[in-house]
Design a protein around this ligand. Structure first.
Ligand code: CU
Length: 277
């Protein structure tokens, strides 16, 4: 039932990009895919052609030999090398953009953009998203839905926890910034199991590993995107789905930081993209 529902309505394709990181991954994928198609067709055609054109017609015939044909031998060494080096170069040229987290995206104060850093916490069997604290020190968190400001470089600290450890741990001191300190506070407990956080339309996968703080970033165009855990983490693994909602900056601010008690209300109009905003 659940599978049917997903097949019908949830867009899980990395080919439907929601931002510049996936745009890059898609352009690499497309180049590799079409190069493979062209090469596959070319090689198949050559094999079929050679099999018919140079076949042995009589038992006494010896088929034509190509050993020592320098032009052919150089050709089939150079051509694959050129294809391989082009794809390697194209991939290597795009890797830094995908992997290197933009300056400030993991430090809200440095970025001057409250909420552009989120701690992603994997638990058996759900995801918690932490945006920092209210002025009274209460943590602002959402569950199963992640809110991000649209067209903004957003950085994520990805960690794992489980009871008896929680999602309200104290930040460690001496961290590079408060967001990192909070993620380190959770990681320092060493609780939980391995999960993997994946939003196909926005970025690659990143593991949530006990005792470790992993980092990833994306920049989402306005919309809703499907995400899930991609590491078999226990009997409830399939429950670990989530939605990313990318909101206009003003809506994002009032959705996440608008309530003095730090509670995010999913049904609030500021937390949805509906209604022709
Ligand atoms: Cu999982």
């Amino acid at each position: 039932m659940n599978l049917l529902a997903q097949a019908c309505c949830v867009d899980t394709s990395p080919l439907h990009s929601g931002g510049p990181v996936d745009d890059r991954m898609q352009s690499i994928y497309t180049a590799v895919f079409w190069s493979s198609v062209v090469l596959g067709v070319l090689v198949t055609a050559l094999i079929v052609y050679a099999a018919f054109r140079f076949r042995r017609r009589h038992d006494s015939d010896e088929p034509r030999q190509f050993h020592g044909n320098t032009k052919l031998e150089i050709g089939w060494t150079i051509l694959p090398l050129v294809v391989f080096l082009s794809l390697f170069g194209f991939t290597a040229a795009n890797m830094p953009f995908i992997n290197d987290i933009p300056k400030g995206a993991l430090d809200a104060a440095a970025a001057g953009n409250q909420g552009s850093v989120v701690t992603v916490i994997g638990q058996q069997f759900s995801w918690t998203f932490d945006y920092g604290t209210t002025s009274s020190g209460k943590r602002i968190q959402s569950f199963a839905t992640l809110y991000v400001p649209e067209d903004t470089d957003t950085g994520f600290y990805v960690v794992s926890t489980d009871p008896p450890c929680g999602t309200n741990e104290q930040p460690v001191s001496g961290a590079a910034n408060p967001e990192r300190g909070y993620a380190q506070g959770i990681a320092a407990k060493g609780c939980g199991v391995n999960h993997s956080w994946y939003v196909p339309s926005l970025a690659g996968q990143i593991n949530a590993i006990p005792g470790q703080v992993n980092e990833i970033w994306f920049n989402a165009r306005q919309g809703s995107y499907y995400g899930q855990c991609t590491e078999l983490c226990g009997v409830g693994h399939k429950e670990m789905t989530f939605t990313v909602v990318a909101l206009p900056a003003n809506k994002f601010q009032s959705c996440v930081f608008g309530s003095p008690d730090g509670v995010i209300s999913a049904s609030s109009p500021s937390c949805t993209n509906g209604g022709g905003s």
